[in-house]
Design a protein around this ligand. Sequence first.
Ligand code: AMP
Length: 132
Amino acid sequence: MATIFSRIIAGEIPSYKVAEDDNFFAFLDINPLIKGHTLVVPKKEVDYLFDIDDALLEKMMVFSKRTAKAIEKVVKCQRVGLTVIGLEVPHAHIHLIPIITGMQDMNFANPKLKLTKEEFEEIALAINKAWR
Ligand code: AMP
């Protein structure tokens, strides 16, 4: 059975898309720690990030870099942090999280933000414009 992220990539489940190329798809995390919290996912379904083959993993980091640079242009932050957890969804993904106040912004034990559909749409569109 396809993972929820494969279904998002296929357009079967809605998402706030930020960027896409032949190999990767980036969209806003639905439970963001910070506005602009984005997930980068390979289109190829692999559960564990460190099982991704070297060539694709290199490309994933470059795609994440481009996406982080776009996030920086939209969200006023010190820098964009990158983390990998992967315990919830068995489809490898990188979290890109704008760091505004300090490292505590990357703490997954923090309460998640509740954003409106309009807020998600506005952020996704702005990051997408900055990405292109
Ligand atoms: P983890 O696998 O622990 O890295 O966490 C998975 C992340 O995916 C969590 O931050 C969720 O909020 C996020 N997530 C799960 N389902 C969706 C979805 N349908 N759209 C956007 N983000 C999601």
